[in-house]
Design a protein around this ligand. Structure first.
Ligand SMILES: *Cc1c(COP(=O)(O)O)cnc(C)c1O
Length: 406
């Protein structure tokens, strides 16, 4: 399938190019010391992703440790209730080990670290989801793991801090500045520059400098490959639409990559939070402009000074002021349609999916569910496949405290 001048049959061979560009987006904008480290990771990845041994080992781990393939569930009761005849389906990444899609790329990244002979993995975390997934992978492979976290977040995210510690990770408290995610990123990068010979920095989404947007997409692509096969064998055809939530953009790139070359409408859903004012949302592709941050060129939300803008969403996994360069590319191309869902509709969808289907979704995933339900009302016929990126256990206390039972 061709879209503007991009041929999707050969898309994965051509995008990104060898410098990590998807059109004008992507690249590797880092200080010289780090460029050496990124080049080393890129070289290793280009070799290893073609190695039978690496591929077979990752396949074995996915089956024996992660519990893949995860199933697709048909949401019969919810579809009936909507009543337009449109059938809703969810890809169950909530059933992936640790309860979300993030482990898919963390297992790949740490296996790569092991093949490269590294002794330690390092990362920052905000809400703690990436930290927990990486700590799990590090425990599995027997590598050391340092997770940088602001002291404010450490207080807020006690259960995830406990998980990381139980898994054997070293949680490094960062007290500089506002002591949240931004300071944790700076501290983790500073530690990495000092120690990159024995260490690998593991990025938690399809963001950051090349080769991370490429690698994380490739590791998440298993979601799209499985989903396409499963959907066809369940229904005999392709879905009419595929929907996923977009923070940094990894779970969405995973499922989208399975359907880019198909006649399927693809929707990426960003968090509108409590409104369109700066600071009230994190819908970077919808309201942002081109810019460079965290080592890559993409579409981002900027403040008056051109710095990354403050962002907000009820789903802490979605509050990032940009998205991966591949999303910016697919956005400009028009291959993926990006739209928004706010907090209120998200909370309604959280309860609706729980009540009607017995699946408590992560608040991130509930954005995609809310949009899928809206689309089902508008479409009139056909089928919609939603990526359920994670389970909602982590969000239950917060939802009940802030919104009560609906
Ligand atoms: C982290 C997270 C997200 C957002 O990250 P992406 O890279 O955009 O996928 C979505 N859902 C869940 C459950 C998460 O933990």
């Amino acid at each position: 399938m061709k879209f503007k001048d991009v041929e999707f049959k050969t898309y994965f061979k051509n995008y990104p190019d060898s410098d990590g560009y998807f059109g004008k987006y992507g690249g590797c904008y880092v200080p010289r010391e780090l460029k050496t480290a990124m080049d080393e990771i890129a070289d290793a990845y280009y070799t290893i992703c073609k190695s039978r041994k690496f591929i077979n080992e990752l396949r074995r781990i996915r089956t024996e440790f992660q519990g893949r393939p995860t199933p697709i569930s048909h949401l019969e009761r919810l579809s009936d209730k909507i009543g337009t005849g449109v059938q809703l389906y969810v890809k169950r990444e909530d059933l992936n080990h640790t309860g979300a899609h993030k482990l898919n790329h963390c297992m790949g990244e740490v296996l790569l670290a092991k093949f490269m002979g590294k002794k330690k993995v390092i990362a920052e975390t905000g809400a703690g989801q990436h930290g927990v997934a990486l700590a799990t992978a590090a425990a599995y492979f027997g590598l050391e793991c340092d997770i940088y976290m602001g002291s404010v977040d450490i207080k807020k995210q006690a259960p995830n801090v406990a998980r990381m510690k139980i898994l054997g990770a070293n949680v490094v408290e960062v007290t500089d500045g506002l002591a949240t995610l931004k300071e944790a990123v700076d501290a983790a990068f500073a530690a990495y520059v000092k120690d990159y010979k024995d260490t690998i920095y593991c990025i938690g989404s399809v963001v950051g400098p090349h080769p991370f947007p490429l690698m994380v997409r490739d590791f998440q692509a298993v979601v799209g490959v499985e989903a396409r096969e499963q959907f066809i064998s369940m229904t005999g055809e392709l879905p009419d639409a595929v929907v996923a939530c977009v923070g940094g953009g990894s779970n969405s790139m995973g499922i989208f990559s399975g359907f880019l070359n198909d006649p399927v409408d693809i929707y990426g859903i960003e968090p509108l939070g409590i409104g369109t004012k700066m600071g009230d949302h994190a819908a970077s592709l919808t309201y942002g402009e081109e810019g460079i941050m965290h080592g890559f060129n993409s579409i981002m939300l900027k403040d008056e000074k051109g710095e990354p803008a403050p962002v907000y969403s009820v789903a802490s996994g979605l509050d990032y002021p940009s998205s991966g360069p591949e999303h910016a590319f697919l956005h400009d191309l028009g291959r993926v349609k990006y739209d928004v869902i706010g907090d209120e509709e998200t909370i309604d969808a959280f309860f609706e999916l729980s009540r009607m289907e017995g699946i408590i979704p992560a608040l991130e995933s509930a954005h995609a569910v809310a949009y899928g339900m809206k689309l089902a009302k508008a479409m009139g016929k056909g089928s919609i496949l939603i990526n359920l990126s994670g389970r909602g256990d982590k969000d239950m206390d917060y939802v009940i405290e802030k919104y009560g039972i609906r």
